[in-house]
Design a protein around this ligand. Sequence first.
Ligand SMILES: Cc1cc2nc3c(=O)[nH]c(=O)nc-3n(C[C@H](O)[C@H](O)[C@H](O)COP(=O)(O)O)c2cc1C
Length: 267
Amino acid sequence: MAKAKDTVSRTLMVALVLSIVFSVVVSTAAVMLRPAQIQNQNLDIKTNILSAAGMLEPGMSVEDIEESFAGFDVRLVDLETGEFVEPSTVGVEDPMKYDMYKAASDPDMSTNIPSSEDKAGIKRRPDVAKIYVLEEGGEMVRVVLPIHGYGLWSTLYGFVSLEGDLNTIEGLGFYAHAETPGLGGEVDNPRWKQQWVGKELYGEDKTEPQIQLVKGGVSGDARDKEHKVDALSGATLTSRGVEQLVNYWMGDRGFATFLQKLREGEV
Ligand SMILES: Cc1cc2nc3c(=O)[nH]c(=O)nc-3n(C[C@H](O)[C@H](O)[C@H](O)COP(=O)(O)O)c2cc1C
């Protein structure tokens, strides 16, 4: 039998007090952990940039990663003009703080992509992109560019690293996606990623990207092998998404104008 103090109002009061106490605990933890989360996200992005650039070595500590990444110059590029812009044009002081994916959802900072041109399936493209340039002895030796686009189930976010000729791929990798492990998720397989190393983006004209993912694998005597990578087996749709997104971002709606200007020493 319920004791006299087990009244409905007491039960409700206890529930209310407990929910207030726990919501304060949870919100405080969320606020306190935010800086650590941002730091970890930044570290993850830096790790992925180094990985795409082939600069990530096994067993690197956080300090090693920070030190290697510090060699990169973080720059902002206006994709329409292909020119560098100052961070203040996107309202930040430190270019690292610019979030191009957030900008893609702001109508003032992005452009709608007509569906006929939307090869990457991203609907809107930020007007300004964040890129990473590595110079050695006054010479540009590599440029790491962000890429993203739709696979089968998800948007894949990654980087492609180019050699100083701005045509040869040094590495490519995705740091976020939700494709199926073992199928589309094989984009993370180091053996598949290794195939990208040394491939060439452009043909003679240096403007139209030529990347193809070949179902069944690239045969030894295939023509234009320098542009071809094996499609992922059992994941034709993810593979098509990857092919399309790489070609979109390296095309004239993406980085082609910038790369051409950089190649010709105009920026
Ligand atoms: C549960 C499930 C998950 C799948 N995940 C993927 C995927 O991540 N990427 C993909 O391209 N295809 C995925 N597929 C397969 C596609 O539906 C489609 O059959 C496949 O892309 C065709 O590729 P293939 O011609 O190489 O077999 C999945 C299928 C099933 C049933």
